[in-house]
Design a protein around this ligand. Structure first.
Ligand SMILES: [Zn+2]
Length: 414
């Protein structure tokens, strides 16, 4: 007797105690059934890069609203970045405060990134003991005063410690000096002030440090094909480095950013590098880098507005609409890839023993409207976009996601 059977076109999924207990045609005997015939049934997504800003800046987003948006988009897990919550997760006490908030509010499962900043090298171990996914560092200004960018000594020594602790370091890779120039107030000025070379230099430096220390390196939100190529080249000779990109680098252009305004402002900036599509095979996963602010911080001049795009709900639906991306590849990019890279057991696959995390998808096109969105401020650059498919239901361990249902995810140690 199963707790639940999800009936599909070719196979059914039997769920017991939140885990997948059987995957085969025509299962029988369950307390509850969901008829998913005519729908795609995929593993729930894992978004390893979001900023839900709680505690401290819950008016920017929040764990309840942010996780509800992810669930509405087919995601059953996320990793929250150590900023822009306040205090940022730079020590054990800050980790504990965020964990308490997540336990109370999150609709889906969550992991927590720790921060690597000048002055907290002696805190990395206590963060590791609590189960952080890894350590996030900014190589350029983070936009948040209490989260300073890493100098080279901190990055190098931090990577050596992370290697010893068996955890990866994730870098926002842009050269600080090259991105510190304010060239003017417009979207074009913003783009010009953060040239590709700033990304390439920082990725190259991080790779050299990672190779020297033996640290596993992950480069977040790569915005250029050349940046991906740097990662792919060294990985081919055995260096442990991965990279992600985000939908805004694939689906938006600088012209879109000019039209949309600050809701499409981010760093690195949207370049509209079409060659990124050609290197998608070398990208490990696609993350939302969902990073909203209060709406006031998006008003006024583009140059002075908060940089961060609110797209958590749309990552999977955007990728499912692309003919060049197979269903299997879309699952790898939104779920399996991150679960494997960050060693999260039980996620990213529909197999016996895995968590019964499922996204049910109607393969009928629809147009995204603002009232579809579940995040706090609903300032998505994808409103008005035609989506090829629509997530109609998401199950977290066999149940509908609800505030407080999420659990902490920690990496299995190698
Ligand atoms: Zn981010």
């Amino acid at each position: 007797m199963f707790d639940l059977i999800v009936r599909g076109d070719e196979r059914d999924i039997g769920v017991t105690d939140g885990l997948i207990a059987a995957v085969e045609p025509e299962l029988a005997g369950a307390r509850e059934e969901i008829d998913a015939r005519g729908l795609l049934v995929l593993p729930g997504g894992l978004d390893p890069h979001v900023h839900f800003n709680e505690p401290g800046r819950t008016h920017w987003e929040g764990l309840a609203t942010g996780s509800a948006a992810l669930a509405a988009g087919g995601f059953t897990a996320f990793f929250d970045m150590p900023l822009n919550s306040s205090p940022p997760v730079l020590d054990g006490a800050a980790f504990d405060a965020k964990l308490e908030a997540a336990r109370a509010a999150s609709c889906v499962d969550y992991g927590l990134w720790g921060g690597l900043v000048p002055g907290n090298l002696d805190r990395l171990e206590e963060l590791a003991e609590r189960g952080v996914i890894g350590f996030k560092a900014f190589m350029s200004n983070s936009g948040i005063d209490e989260f300073a960018h890493v100098d080279d000594v901190t990055l190098y020594e931090g990577m050596a410690i992370a290697a010893r602790l068996g955890l990866p370091v994730a870098v926002h890779a842009e050269n600080d000096a090259l991105t510190a120039r304010a060239l003017g107030p417009t979207a074009r000025d913003w783009l010009a002030s953060r040239p590709v070379v700033a990304e390439l230099e920082a990725i190259s430096r991080a790779i050299v440090f990672a190779e020297a220390t033996g640290c596993a390196l992950h480069v977040v939100h790569v915005s250029s094909a050349h940046g991906v190529a740097l990662v792919a080249d060294v990985r081919a000779r055995g260096v442990d480095v991965t990279c992600e990109t985000c939908p805004h680098y694939l689906f938006l252009t600088p012209e879109d950013v000019e039209a949309l305004g600050a809701i499409a402002k981010c760093a690195p900036p949207v370049r509209g590098d079409e060659d990124l599509w050609g290197v998608l095979g070398d990208i490990d996963f696609v993350t939302s880098d969902h990073s909203p602010s209060s709406p006031e911080l998006k008003e006024g001049e583009f140059g002075a507005a908060w940089g961060g795009i609110a797209g958590a709900q749309s990552t999977l639906e955007l990728l499912l609409g692309v003919p060049a991306i197979s269903l299997e590849r879309a699952v790898q990019l939104t779920s399996t890839g991150a679960a494997q890279r960050f060693r999260i057991a039980g996620k990213g696959r529909i197999e016996i023993g895995a968590d019964a995390d499922l996204a049910l998808i109607d393969p009928t096109p629809y147009t995204l409207v603002r009232t579809d969105l579940r995040d706090r401020h609903k300032l998505s650059p994808y409103v008005g976009r035609r989506m090829a498919m629509r997530v109609v239901r998401t199950l977290l361990r066999g149940r509908d996601p609800a505030p407080g249902a999420g659990r902490l995810l920690t990496p299995t140690m190698p």
